[in-house]
Design a protein around this ligand. Structure first.
Ligand code: SAM
Length: 243
């Protein structure tokens, strides 16, 4: 785990020996399970450390900056990673930010089984893993407007994604969407949806991930108003007919 350790130092988040071991164990489980179920196209040691682990943990800096707190934040936040897949960005963030209370949600049963295995093997406390669609979970009272931080990476175009994510956020909380090179076009396209769902853009920042040259952006949206009850619309509609 040399790259993730060195990258974390560059980000100002030096890893403990235990965190290094957790990343190593996570890598091994990812490669092992990837032979049986389709978790990720990236499974080489360098790629996983940079494109998955470091790419995920950069979000911590933005949140800490936004909340004007230490790295990792000293306050306890209630977070959900929507469409977590093989656990990104949620699990790497949890490793470097142990006080985070985290829910991992994914629609695919096999991925949820993998996530449960990782949570147990890495001995991660305060992590729930649940299977289901974002559109349906966000209507349940235990999930609707209950989270301080709602994150996602590589789940949908922004105008669809915000309809999945903003209903989970409590007023005053944040959406954190990890995006690649198409971010600017998607951002313009999503303006109407963000406003309709009660959000206001806090920052749309280029982020540099150690050892990566590709363009990355993280969009932080603050929830300023409650999301109207009509959203999210029923399963499939946010993608088929974005706001
Ligand atoms: N976030 C991970 C990452 O960055 O590697 C996984 C990305 S993968 C391309 C997209 C994941 O989102 C899949 O695991 C899929 O099952 C899940 N997903 C897509 N739409 C969803 C929805 N509406 N509700 C729940 N999960 C969803």
């Amino acid at each position: 785990m040399d790259l993730v350790a060195e990258g974390a130092v560059r980000l100002g988040i030096p890893l403990t020996e235990q965190q290094r071991t957790q990343f190593q164990h996570y890598f091994e489980l990812l490669v092992e399970w990837n032979q049986r179920i389709n978790l990720t196209a990236i499974e080489d040691l360098e790629g996983v450390q940079t494109k998955h682990f470091l790419d995920s943990i950069v979000g911590l800096l933005l949140i800490a900056e936004e909340l004007k707190t230490s790295v990792p934040p000293s306050i306890v936040l209630n977070a959900i990673d929507v469409g977590s897949g093989a656990g990104f960005p949620g699990i790497p963030l949890k490793i470097v930010w142990p006080s985070l209370r985290l829910t991992l949600l994914d629609g695919t049963g096999k991925k949820v089984t993998f996530l449960k295995e990782v949570v147990q093997a890495l001995n991660l406390a305060d992590v729930d893993v649940v299977q289901g669609r974002a559109e349906e979970f966000a209507l349940q009272t235990a999930y609707r407007e209950q989270f301080d931080l709602v994150m996602a990476r590589a789940v949908a175009r922004l105008n669809t994604l915000v309809e999945y994510l903003l209903p989970f956020v409590r007023q005053g909380g944040f959406v954190m969407a990890y995006k690649g090179p198409s971010a600017s076009a998607e951002f313009i396209e999503a303006q109407k949806a963000i406003a309709k769902l009660g959000g206001e853009t806090s920052r749309f920042a280029p982020v540099s991930v150690p050892f990566l040259t590709e363009e990355r952006r993280i969009l932080l949206i603050k929830k300023t108003n409650r999301t109207p009850q009509a959203y999210p619309r029923q399963r499939g509609l946010p993608r088929k007919d974005p706001l």
